[in-house]
Design a protein around this ligand. Sequence first.
Ligand code: PLP
Length: 449
Amino acid sequence: MKSDDIKERLKDFEPEIKKLQSTEEVFWLNPHLQKFDSAIQHIPVTKEDVLDAEARLKRFAPYIAIVFPETAKTYGIIESPLVHIPTMKQALERDHQQRIQGELWLKCDSHLPISGSIKARGGIYEILKHAEELALQHNLITLEDDYQLFATDHFREFFSQFSIAVGSTGNLGLSIGIISAKIGFKVTVHMSADAKQWKKDLLRSKNVQVIEYDEDYSKAVAEGRAQASADPTCYFVDDENSRDLFMGYAVAGLRLKQQLEEMKMTVEEDHPLFVYLPCGVGGGPGGVAFGLKLWFQDNVHCFFAEPTHSPCMLLGLMTGLHEQISVQDIGLDNKTEADGLAVGRPSGFVSNIMNVFLSGSYTVEDHQLYRLLKELADAEKIHLEPSALAGMIGPVKLIKEGKAYITEQHLSDKMEQAVHLVWGTGGSMVPKVILQDYYQTGVKIVHES
Ligand SMILES: *Cc1c(COP(=O)(O)O)cnc(C)c1O
């Protein structure tokens, strides 16, 4: 979009844009949120798409269980724990002088097997789907076969004729790199300047080609897309537009529903569920939110969290410009310690879906992320990477700044029975010494304040 047109549109949101430009933390309620029954009719994805993805992951489970033995105890299903964190809730209440009604829980996608972040949902799913399509096209399998066949030398040799490319700030590269190399593909990961050294080193140790850029995520994706399009045997995982990634993430909704049932936790009108999801380009949190909406409909309330320097989804949704506006267009630098969230322009595919499903969105300062990282480690002995803490402040923000939402949605008398679920999106693969550095940064910030 031309910069004059963008300027014209921004005039309608002057106070909000000013606040974003000042990198002050903001809390925004989505005026376009619709009731589920109406929202589901306005989007290009369906429940059937998600059930299809779940069925595909089940077909691959016997293969996953063999090649990633850490998944053997879940029979090759890649899933993460759901944990109650009452001590962290007390810490939040103390630090923010704010009582939090309801329970506080953490979804530990930080501890997903294979690649230790939420990307182990979407990234692995998309590569498995591509591998299945190739194998079907070449009559190597039928849908009824035992997919342990994928672990044979014959299959690995077959897949070595094909390549995979992806652009990433780090964690998507890890998930795509690890699964692609395991299947036998040649794989190239285009890494943005934010990507941490250990992620590049780890990938190179697994024979993944890593190409580094001095620019941000959008550039890494554009380069990856361009190089892949020149090679007909290369498949590009397009984080800015991918339906398949989205479906892999969305399976989380059904899985969480089963987990809650096992734990005898109910989500219904009198027991609302609030979910707080760190957002980068949008595919991970968007897919998960969509998956949750399918099962809990209007009883789940999803909020996104972004760094104050990279509020791309909030900006796209608020202005209605979606992927046609970037944080750089309003003078922000997209520089943040939360490498997983360092994205300046949202996915248009995802923001159009979230437009009708998302309750709201807020921004968090990097300092706050480190402080929360330290608090969580002290309170619950759980270690996450900075990006993954963005959701943790959500309940405080909702209760302090989201009163209008609670009233509008008739939730005031239900908050005592609410569950606040923070989506912990990454951390278990971070080397110990780096986790210690993160923790020490948090200690310093707490002392200085
Ligand atoms: C990628 C990532 C996110 C956000 O996912 P998007 O699909 O980019 O929105 C959040 N947290 C962590 C740790 C991530 O790696």
